[in-house]
Design a protein around this ligand. Structure first.
Ligand SMILES: Cc1cc2nc3c(=O)[nH]c(=O)nc-3n(C[C@H](O)[C@H](O)[C@H](O)COP(=O)(O)O)c2cc1C
Ligand code: SF4
Length: 492
């Protein structure tokens, strides 16, 4: 049985004005008008070569019209390499498009919303190939394979006969012949990790990444963003450095201090580039969830180290790892939000035990308390199943966080902030937390919400046009808030 959505009482406009949620907050040199925060969400609307498109502008403009305190623009690649329809900022040529995006958001929110850019690095991942191709072609044959085959009494005279023998093995036999890494590549597709020091570009990450992140942060500042969020969370390079599974032996892995070394060096390099008057934050995991991964106690240490190093905000997430992802189909790549850690990252109404609603707040509270007890005032952003005013307000009142992240709740209704602030909370289109949107993300399809179309089956009014997805079936942005006279904004 799915968990029912929690009941919600919505404040009057006057009560909202007095609330903690709609109170301002300082992030370093920057003031946020309210504490509503839309965390990064990739909508798959950039061009194949990473540029801002009119659809990207429409997507963020739609969020900005709801006037949240902050929007974090989707994970944006810091390298100048092809990465599919993900935004990129690895070269000056990306700046004009991003500048237009900033202008659109500032204009649509009438200056109420601060815009951050999430900057990301990720390692190479390959699609899963059929066993015949993997064993017959891709697997690098080693003496150990030949010895193991001979132990199984398989005749091996040369490479073709070894490959033929491998193809005839049963699953348990294959497990005894292949290394755990090779088995993983066979079942889930090959994937680089930060432990692959034999690969020169992986060994070189501690030299390569600080200037790449710093360059991205500088360009974000040039484009007019109010701040940058360093993506140190989920399945990507920087989170892998923070992971307990980071076993690098070059001074950047092993102990917690060595694991946080590169994240600190990246932060320092970015700070040198953007100066002290530009908001620089990071998103980390309060728990990786996977076996052998980092736990809350690691996150406490990382949070304090990063805060001491001058981070202006710390956004928290949980899980979202490749290590426990489900097996992709042949021809597809593993997706880090399919396994138990993924279910913690974007919890649905089917999650067990507990409910998705405010699921990550206990960890956020522990991290915030740890920082405060160390005299560190870095604002904390929490997210995970927060969609009601009551929960947002109690998260702030209880000291779990300073800013309330609402990703899917804002996707379902980008006017969440505007409605609640105007005393029209009852008109909020409430997220169902069943992850239709996330399934689209998984297939790299344009992300939309299942509730938008349902609410607006009627054809658009004459003379208007509703932008549709590539398959023409779904509207690409949320329907407008059609205010009744009772919902008129009392602030005009
Ligand atoms: C479609 C989609 C795309 C996402 N893309 C990102 C991303 O680019 N970077 C990131 O840090 N988190 C990403 N997330 C995770 C959200 O920022 C958020 O942490 C998660 O959805 C839990 O918050 P919620 O319960 O308020 O939705 C994405 C989530 C969704 C649903
Ligand atoms: S698609 Fe479902 S989970 Fe996603 S925002 Fe809409 S209602 Fe929420």
């Amino acid at each position: 049985m799915p968990h029912p959505l929690p009941p919600s009482t919505w404040p009057s406009a006057a009560a909202a004005e007095q609330s903690a949620l709609f109170a301002p907050l300082r992030l370093g040199a920057l003031e946020l008008r309210t504490r509503t925060w839309i965390p990064a969400m990739v909508p798959w609307r950039a061009t194949e070569d990473g540029f801002v498109t009119p659809q990207v502008l429409d997507w963020y403009e739609r969020f900005a019209r709801g006037k949240p305190g902050a929007i974090v623009v989707e994970a944006t690649g810091i390298r100048d390499v092809p990465s599919g329809p993900l935004l990129r900022i690895g070269h000056e040529r990306f700046v004009p498009g991003l500048r237009e995006l900033v202008e659109v958001v500032h204009r649509a929110s009438e200056g109420e919303t601060r815009l951050f850019l999430q900057v990301i690095d990720f390692l190479r991942i390959r699609r899963r190939v059929a066993s015949e191709r993997f064993l017959g072609e891709f697997l690098v044959l080693r003496d150990a394979h030949v010895a193991a085959l001979q132990k199984l009494a398989r005749p091996v005279t040369d490479e073709p006969s070894a490959r033929r023998a491998l193809l005839e093995l049963s699953a348990p036999e294959l497990e005894s012949v292949l290394s755990p890494r090779e088995l993983q590549e066979l079942t889930h597709g090959a994937r680089e990790t930060v432990n692959d020091l034999h690969l020169p570009h992986v060994a070189d990450l501690p030299r390569a990444l600080p200037p790449l992140f710093a360059g991205a942060a500088r360009r974000a500042r040039e484009a007019g963003f109010d701040g940058v969020e360093l993506h140190y969370a989920h399945a990507y390079t920087m989170a892998s450095f923070l992971s307990r599974r980071n076993e690098r032996s070059d001074g950047y892995g092993g102990s917690p201090r060595e694991r946080v070394r590169l994240p600190l060096e990246v932060l320092a390099a970015a700070r040198r580039e953007v100066g002290s008057d530009f908001a620089l934050g990071a998103r980390i995991l309060s728990d990786e969830i996977i076996d052998g991964g980092s736990r809350l106690e690691d996150a406490l240490f990382y949070a304090a180290e990063l805060a001491r190093a001058g981070l202006d905000f710390l956004s928290l997430s949980r899980g979202g790892k490749f290590e426990d992802a489900t097996q992709p189909k042949v021809g597809e790549a593993a997706y880090p939000y399919t396994g138990p850690s993924g279910h913690e990252c974007m919890p649905t109404v089917h999650v067990r035990p507990g409910t998705p609603f405010g699921r990550n707040l206990a960890h956020a509270a522990a991290i915030r308390a740890h920082l405060r007890s160390a005299g560190l005032s870095t604002p904390i952003v929490a997210a995970g199943g927060i969609g009601t005013f009551d929960l947002a307000e109690s998260a702030l009142a209880s000291g779990a966080c300073d800013l309330v992240g609402m990703a899917r709740a804002s996707l379902a209704d980008p006017d969440w902030s505007a409605k609640v602030r105007a005393g029209a909370g009852a008109a909020v289109r409430r997220c169902k937390y069943t992850n239709y949107c996330e399934a689209l993300d998984q297939r790299h399809k344009q992300v939309t919400c299942q509730l938008w179309d349902r609410a607006h089956d009627a054809p658009p009014a004459a003379g208007t046009r509703v932008a549709r997805s590539a398959d023409l079936k779904r509207r690409l942005t949320a329907p407008p808030w059609e205010r009744s006279s009772a919902e008129a904004d009392p602030r005009g």
